[in-house]
Design a binder for this molecule. Structure first.
Ligand SMILES: Cc1cc2nc3c(=O)[nH]c(=O)nc-3n(C[C@H](O)[C@H](O)[C@H](O)COP(=O)(O)OP(=O)(O)OC[C@H]3O[C@@H](n4cnc5c(N)ncnc54)[C@H](O)[C@@H]3O)c2cc1C
Length: 463
C-alpha cells in the first residue's frame, strides 16, 4: 500500500472533526498519514470557536440561571448576576480537555501535526508556511468554514460581532440584535435571552428553520416569543451603523432596530482562499465551497474534501462521518455502512430540538400515506419529576407497513432522545417498525417511555 515516491499516503489539511475522521481512519489501517493545522492547537473550529465553546457556554448559562431562579436561593438573599467572563471560565477548561484528548489520538497513531498554513504547490504537494513541499498520494481538504462577512458591515466596530467573535464579548449587553435566523442565529438568540438580554431576532426568510417539521417550527417560534425574543420574518438588510452607544440596523421594510450590540449570523464561507487552489484544477464556488461527488472526491480524484468546506449540512457530526467515509474510499473499503444520508439535526435552543428522517411536509408532497403518533412530555412521569414538562416526541410512520419514516422531538434532552428512534429506523428487512415501541419494556420513569406513548397514540389512529 505504501508508495515510496510520496512522503505520505494521505495528507489531511485541518484538524476539525472532518480532518480527524479521515486521518484516524487511514492511520489505523496502516497508512502513513500527516496533517496540517494553522491554528496553534488541534481540534478545529469545532473545538475552539464553534460547537464546543457555544454548547459549553449554553450549559453554563442555563445551569447558572436555573440555579439563580431557585426560590430557596432568593430566600437566602443570593441574587448575584454572573459576568460573561465568569460564565466563560468553564468553557476554557472543556476546550483544554478536548485538545488534550484529541492530540493523544494523533500521538498514539503516529500522525505528525505540521503547524502552519497549508497551500497546494501542485496536485501532489503542499507547502506549510512556504517550507519545503510535502508530497502525498492522497489529500483530504477539511479546512472548515468561517462567518460570511459582507463588505458593508464594519466588523471592526466593538459592538458588531459574528459567531467567531461573539464568544469574546467582554460586557453583558442589555439588548442584542441577531441578524440571521439559521441554526447558529437561533441558538445564540435563545442562549442570550436565557441570560436576561433583550433579543431581536431578524429572519431573512418566512419561517424559522424551514427545514424542520412545521409543528416543531411552530413550537420553537412560540417558545422563543414566550421567553421574550422579538422575531421579525421576511426582512432584508439595508444598513448596519455602529455608534458609540449602540448599533442601528436598518431594514429594507423601513424598520429600524437599535440595540447595544449586533450579532451577524447570516451565512458562512468555506476556508479555501490561500489554500493554493489556483495551482490545481479544483475550483471553489462563490461561497468558497468545494464540489465533491458521493465519495467526497473533487474533480481531481485523489484530492477529497469533507466537512464545512463542502457546504451543507455543516455539522460537526456530519463532518466526522464524511471524513471517515473519505478515508475508507482512499483505503479501497466500502463506505456503505456509514449511513451518510441519515444525518440527524440537533439544535441547542431552549427548548432543544432534534429530528431525523422525513417531515410531514415532505411525506405529504410525496403522497406517502403516513400516520402520526405523539407523546407530550407533560404526561411523562420523568418529566413531571424533573419539572421539564415542555416538549413533545412525534413519530411519523407508514400506515400500511408501519415503517418509521421520521422522528421529531423538542424539549429537554431532545438531541439524545431522537437516537432511540433513529436506531430502530435504520433496521433492515422489515425490522424498522413502530410496533417495536409497544412490544418493548422501558425503564420507568424515563423520557424514553415517550416512544411507547407516541407509538400507541399513532397505532390507535389506524383503522
Ligand atoms: C457557533 C457554532 C455552533 C455550532 N454548533 C454545532 C453543534 O451543536 N453541533 C454540530 O454538529 N455542529 C455545530 N456547529 C458546526 C461545526 O462546528 C462544524 O460543522 C464543524 O466544526 C466542521 O468541521 P470541519 O472539520 O469541517 O472544520 P473545522 O472544525 O472548522 O476545522 C477546520 C480546521 O482547518 C484549519 N485550517 C483551515 N485552513 C487551513 C490551511 N490552509 N492550513 C492548515 N489548516 C487550515 C482551521 O484552522 C481549523 O482548525 C457549530 C458551528 C458554530 C459556528
Amino acid at each position: 500500500m505504501n508508495d515510496s515516491n510520496f512522503d505520505y499516503d494521505l495528507f489531511v489539511i485541518g484538524t476539525g472533526p472532518g480532518g480527524e475522521g479521515a486521518a484516524m481512519q487511514c492511520a489505523k489501517n496502516g497508512m502513513r498519514v500527516g496533517v496540517a493545522e494553522r491554528y496553534r492547537q488541534i481540534g478545529g473550529g469545532c473545538t475552539h470557536w464553534g460547537t464546543i465553546p457555544s454548547k459549553a457556554l449554553r450549559y453554563a448559562i442555563t445551569s447558572t440561571m436555573t440555579a439563580l431562579k431557585n426560590p430557596a436561593l432568593r430566600e437566602m438573599g443570593i441574587t448575584t448576576t454572573p459576568t460573561l467572563e465568569q460564565l466563560r471560565r468553564g468553557t476554557e477548561s472543556i476546550i483544554g480537555q478536548q485538545v488534550t484528548m484529541r492530540q493523544s489520538f494523533y500521538d498514539r497513531n503516529n500522525v505528525p501535526v505540521y503547524h502552519g498554513q497549508a497551500r497546494f504547490v501542485d496536485d501532489h504537494s503542499v507547502s506549510i508556511d512556504g517550507d519545503e513541499p510535502i508530497r502525498a498520494k492522497h489529500f483530504v481538504i477539511a479546512t472548515g468554514s468561517r462567518p460570511f462577512r459582507p463588505a458593508n458591515v464594519d466588523f471592526k466596530h466593538p459592538r458588531i460581532f459574528e459567531s467567531d467573535t461573539v464568544l469574546g464579548m467582554k460586557e453583558k449587553p442589555t439588548s442584542m440584535c441577531v441578524y440571521g435566523a439559521g441554526v447558529i442565529g437561533v441558538e445564540y438568540a435563545s442562549m442570550f435571552r436565557n441570560l436576561g438580554i433583550k433579543v431581536n431576532l431578524i429572519n431573512t426568510r418566512g419561517k424559522l428553520l424551514e427545514f424542520l417539521d412545521d409543528e416543531i417550527i411552530d413550537a420553537i417560534s412560540y417558545h422563543l416569543r414566550d421567553q421574550g425574543v422579538v422575531i421579525r420574518h421576511n426582512e432584508t438588510l439595508e444598513s448596519i451603523e455602529g455608534g458609540p452607544d449602540g448599533v442601528v440596523l436598518e431594514l429594507k421594510s423601513g424598520k429600524r432596530v437599535k440595540s447595544d450590540v449586533l450579532l451577524w449570523a447570516n451565512g458562512r464561507s468555506g476556508n479555501t482562499d490561500d489554500l493554493g487552489l489556483e495551482n490545481l484544477e479544483v475550483v471553489a464556488n462563490n461561497r468558497g465551497q468545494i464540489q465533491v461527488d458521493e465519495h467526497f472526491q473533487s474533480v481531481v480524484p485523489h484530492i477529497y474534501a469533507v466537512g464545512d468546506v463542502i457546504g451543507v449540512p455543516s455539522l460537526a457530526s456530519a463532518a466526522y462521518t464524511q471524513g471517515r467515509a473519505a478515508g475508507m474510499h482512499i483505503l479501497g473499503q466500502a463506505d456503505g455502512n456509514l449511513r451518510l444520508h441519515d444525518i440527524p439535526t440537533g439544535i441547542y435552543t431552549s427548548p432543544e430540538i432534534s429530528s431525523v428522517g422525513k417531515t410531514e411536509r415532505e411525506l405529504t408532497e410525496s403522497c406517502i400515506p403516513y400516520e402520526v403518533g405523539q407523546a407530550q412530555f407533560k404526561s411523562l412521569a420523568r418529566a413531571q419529576i424533573t419539572g421539564q414538562t415542555t416538549g413533545m416526541l412525534k413519530l411519523l410512520f407508514h400506515r400500511d407497513t408501519l415503517e418509521i419514516l421520521g422522528v421529531h422531538c423538542f424539549g429537554a434532552n431532545a438531541s439524545e432522545i431522537v437516537h432511540i428512534g433513529q436506531a430502530i429506523m435504520s433496521q433492515p428487512g422489515g425490522q424498522n417498525t413502530v410496533t417495536y415501541f409497544v412490544e418493548t419494556t422501558f425503564n420507568y420513569p424515563t423520557m424514553a417511555e415517550a416512544y411507547r406513548v407516541a407509538a400507541l397514540n399513532g397505532l390507535n389512529r389506524l383503522f
